[in-house]
Design a protein around this ligand. Structure first.
Ligand SMILES: [Zn+2]
Length: 218
């Protein structure tokens, strides 16, 4: 990867080096045997130097007879990396993404899509549950090993708080009841002054970037 780490052009040699590196990472992570490694390595990869989602396709399409992977890498020497936000993966890229060099970015994308291939049982191993937690965890670990500085910029993803079951309401104390009555009165006054105003729009939801569209085969 050392030579590839300085290049931004995805030459055939660079693509092959990135592909080998991602395959090696996944093989080690899952303890794949030689036959499984071979099956995974045989999945053709279509490279595109363009923005947009990458994907693992289970079925024939795009001129391929079977499973294949599309890797999209935007132009430029450094590209923005966005992960899924999954609490069980514990970390994610911040809203603006994280800058990565092209080989690390492409490697992380490949690790993600190769993980989907494993989930579909393409390499002959038992199928795994389709999950973007597993793909994200693998991507994060790949980047942690290749580019610790980028890994350090990830942000924690906290689980959404669960709504507590509503128990029987405690009877209000006299003071709390008085306070509530005053607040209700104040709300009516404010309401009468501003009743013509439309309700404030909800805050914009941060759009989740999806690395892969839904795989065609699932
Ligand atoms: Zn995915």
């Amino acid at each position: 990867m050392d030579a590839a780490a300085t290049i931004s052009r995805l030459t055939l040699r660079a693509r092959q080096a990135i592909h080998r590196d991602a395959l090696g990472f996944v093989a080690e992570r899952y303890g794949l045997d030689a036959a499984q490694c071979e099956a995974l390595a045989a999945i053709p990869v279509r490279w595109k130097r363009a923005r947009g989602s990458s994907a693992f396709y289970l079925r024939a399409a795009h001129g391929f007879a079977g499973p294949h992977i599309l890797v999209r890498v935007p132009g430029g020497a450094r590209v923005r990396w966005h992960t899924y936000r999954r609490a069980r993966a514990r970390f994610a890229t911040p809203p603006g993404g994280i800058d990565l060099d092209v080989p690390t970015f492409a490697g992380a994308v490949l690790v993600h899509e190769l993980t989907h291939a494993l989930q579909h049982g393409v390499a002959g191993e038992p199928k795994r549950r389709y999950s973007e937690v597993e793909t994200t965890e693998n991507e994060l670990e790949y980047v942690r090993r290749r580019t610790p500085d980028a890994y350090a910029r990830l942000v924690p993803v906290l689980p959404k708080p669960r709504r507590r079951k509503a128990g029987p309401a405690a009877p209000p104390s006299a003071l709390a009841a008085l306070r509530a009555a005053v607040l209700r009165m104040a709300a009516r006054v404010v309401g009468s002054l501003t009743s013509a105003a439309p309700p404030a729009p909800p805050p914009p939801r941060s759009r989740r970037r999806t690395r892969s569209p839904r795989p065609t085969g699932s």
